[in-house]
Ligand binder design. Sequence first.
Ligand code: NAI
Ligand code: 13P
Length: 349
Amino acid sequence: SVVKMAKKVCIIGSGNWGSAIARIIGTNTAALDSFHTRVNMYVYEEMIDGQKLTEIINTKHENVKYLPGYTLPENVVAVPDLVEASKGADLLIFVVPHQFIRRLCSTLQNNIKPGAIGISLIKGMDHTDQGLQLISDVIRKMLNIVAVLMGANIASEVAAENFCETTIGCTKLENGQMFKNLLQAPNFRICVVTDPNTVEICGALKNIVACGAGFVSGLGLGDNTRAAVIRLGLMGNDEAFFPDNPPEIATFFESCGVADLVTTCYGGRNKRVSEAFVTQNKPIGELEAEMLNGQKLQGPETAMEVYKVLKTLNIAESEYPLFVSVYNIFFNNHPVSSFICLQEHPEHM
Ligand SMILES: NC(=O)C1=CN([C@@H]2O[C@H](COP(=O)(O)OP(=O)(O)OC[C@H]3O[C@@H](n4cnc5c(N)ncnc54)[C@H](O)[C@@H]3O)[C@@H](O)[C@H]2O)C=CC1
Ligand SMILES: O=C(CO)COP(=O)(O)O
């Protein structure tokens, strides 16, 4: 029967983006026979004015901390225990800040339904002694099939249902199409491509570029400089990040490519907080806590992970001055003015 075939969905994560996407997912699972209506959402528990966040979400149907002002569908149920939340789920939606994914995956290991498949909305990167590891690779250690979704999608604007686009990358088109059915909405339009690694690398690297765009604003440089940073950042998505297969150039024209760079470098959190890093001269962690109320920056940590990958390859400073400079400014006390080492960028030699 239809009910028997209906796929059970679990959202792993409930931050700013996790909550915005939960609005779309909950609406779609309630409307479509191919999905179970109820969606469990794993919520990292915390107390808000003496009350559990899961309880607030399940009674008020609003994530008052991470996406205030927007209701969540009532069929989205907050669950504080990850194993319980994901029990029996056929589809797992991974949407936590990338710094937490390893720990969550070790909890999930051996606890998920055989045959379950996942999609990662996480923008970030991981690093091992062997070099670069995508977040989807971390997840793939437990699940066979992992698609990714990345695009020009500032969460508050998606929650407000302003028109935007996004990209699903999945090697098997039919899985990509199934995730598209689950995630598309009238004002959240999805293109599916079969080149997931390019989609994911774009999503990870643009957060470092956004920090550079924030420096540019903080330094009082104008839109030409920001545009140059966006272009040089895009040009940095090259061989070092694709050791196995070269990227499909067409993927850079999807929402996950140029479009996400533009939105993040104008309005994203990484850009805003990096700008304040220049104008307020406080440590980046302090500004993150002050400005984001528990939301997490991905750019500074990704800069560190990327630096380690490039260092192993011995090409960091010479080939990737933009990424290296962001790393040195955050982690080695280099002055922000040194960001304009871009004058020596290999693109112009
Ligand atoms: N916010 C946005 O506009 C967009 C975010 N993304 C990506 O989505 C991913 C998730 O971002 P957001 O949902 O915005 O998260 P967020 O930035 O709102 O982070 C806060 C979340 O982290 C959780 N958390 C805190 N400590 C934790 C721990 N120790 N273990 C597990 N969870 C913990 C909090 O409970 C909360 O749910 C990131 O990779 C981000 O780059 C992608 C597109 C848009
Ligand atoms: O990924 C995003 C928009 O697509 C959000 O970027 P920030 O994390 O910099 O806000």
